[in-house]
Design a protein around this ligand. Structure first.
Ligand code: SAJ
Length: 421
């Protein structure tokens, strides 16, 4: 049945979600305090690089099923909160956006309203933070006000596909709430929808990202240990992964994005037993400094060195630089007095100074591959070699073919390869 839906926060998750509901039979308002995002939305445009999102938003806006607004509509059937949940400098969750979104919608609620929290949040956010505020509406949660947490779990770069095909968790404050929210998402979710309580749903989401973080920490530790004992971690991973019950992730210069580097801290804050989780976070956060140390041992004093930095987004083939470990590495290099030339075809729009691949290499002392964007597979290493003043490449992702690099007369150094260190 057609519903009026208000999506609060039209960022990386809210906008795809709003567009999906709007193209699947519902009337949607995208509400945000960011006027730029709302203006763009009402022109049918997007300020986010995400495959298929632009066309979907354009279609929804042209069909008048999606409008942007800086004011929260009164009396919508459904309110979906998808605002950021950043962390404070002391690594506790900063819940001010969830709190203010909840306060904003409370006076707009009418009997029968449904409220869904999609933002990744610490355990007990729905019960302890949201419900007391929502109850100020005078409605009775679980009866004439249905509330649930249904965490977003889409992979940036594959958001539209995953919104449709992933399974979904709906954690209601009671069964009636969970069932009602399930029926709404069924309009586009093809995966299975699991019903549970809100705190279990919060834990599921946090532990999914924590699982990934802990496993990446293990891969990063393997990379460091491999350099200590003189083996190539990438060989170890390739062969160990042949074991039917082993599946190593990839080491790299650290873990970025707006989710995985943050979410495990929400557990550390709430649970004294989250010890492995905390250590894994620290391991992953140590990677930019570790890469910096490797560069220092390759180049000597970093001061005055020219570094060509290929790829600064938090992962390949997207434009998102939030919490990017390579941006952190860039800051460390600049602090140490290096001149850093960034080449990043995806982030170029967001950064002031970026260079074409070969201009970045002009006179450079080293090329650092930070992120393996597809475009970098087409690099002509002969042409690169002509530009470099010191012919060295440091690959943090095992992306470039060592033979092709070395054939061009460039020394190839690989993170986690103790045979070359
Ligand atoms: N990374 C590695 N090694 C790997 C895999 C990833 O170093 O083997 C790094 C990436 O380079 C990147 C970071 O981890 O810096 C995170 O990238 P990602 O692709 O693992 O995850 P995100 O942050 O883009 O999306 C995650 C997803 N969660 C899981 O896969 C469990 C996604 O499904 C969630 O919806 C999203 O977080 C979120 O919004 O919470």
């Amino acid at each position: 049945m057609k519903k009026s839906i208000c999506v609060i926060g039209i960022g990386y998750v809210g906008l795809p979600t709003a567009a999906m509901f709007a193209t699947h039979g519902h009337q949607v308002v995208g509400f945000d305090v960011n006027e730029k995002a709302i203006d763009a939305l009402n022109k049918g445009e997007t300020i986010i690089e995400e495959p298929f999102l632009g066309d979907l938003v354009k279609q929804a806006v042209e069909e008048k099923h999606l409008v942007g607004s800086t004011e929260c509509p009164v009396g919508s059937d459904v309110y979906i909160i998808s605002v950021p949940t950043p962390i404070n400098p002391d690594k506790t969750a900063d819940m001010k956006f969830v709190e203010s979104a909840t306060r904003t919608i409370t006076p707009c609620l009418r009997p029968g309203a449904i409220v869904v929290l999609e933002s990744t949040s610490p355990p007990r956010t729905v019960t302890d933070l949201m419900l007391p505020i929502l109850a100020e509406s005078g409605l009775t949660p679980g009866e004439d006000l249905l509330v649930a947490h249904s965490p977003e779990r889409i992979l940036p770069g594959k958001a539209i596909e995953e919104l449709r095909t992933n399974s979904r968790i709906v954690g209601g404050i009671n069964e009636k709430s969970a069932q009602a929210v399930k029926e709404i998402y069924e309009s586009f979710v093809e995966g299975e929808i699991f019903l549970t309580d809100s705190t279990t749903a919060e834990m599921c989401k946090l532990m999914e990202n924590t699982f990934r973080d802990v496993n990446i920490a293990l891969a990063n530790e393997l990379a460091k240990m491999s350099e200590e004992v003189g083996v190539n971690c990438w060989d170890v991973i390739r062969m160990a992964n042949q074991h039917p019950r082993v599946n190593f992730l990839d080491p790299g210069p650290g873990v970025g994005g707006h989710c995985i580097p943050l979410d495990p801290w929400f557990l550390v804050e709430k649970c004294a037993n989250a010890k492995l989780i905390k250590q894994s976070r620290l391991n992953n956060d140590s990677m930019p400094a570790y890469v910096m140390d490797k560069l220092t041992s390759l180049l000597g004093d970093i001061k005055g060195k020219k570094i060509a930095l290929f790829g600064v987004t938090y992962k390949p083939n997207i434009d998102d630089i939030r919490e990017s470990p390579v941006m952190h590495l860039k800051d460390l290099l600049i602090e140490a007095g290096a001149e850093v030339r960034i080449c990043d075809p995806h982030a170029a729009r967001k950064l002031e100074n970026t260079y074409d691949a070969y201009d970045a290499c002009d006179g450079a002392d080293i090329v650092v591959l930070g992120v393996s964007h597809d475009q970098f597979s087409a690099i002509d290493f002969e042409k690169m070699a002509e530009k470099l003043s010191n012919k060295v490449v440091f690959d943090t992702r095992n992306f470039w073919n060592s033979e092709a690099v070395e054939k061009a007369g460039i020394k190839y150094v690989l993170l986690g390869d103790g045979r070359r260190a």
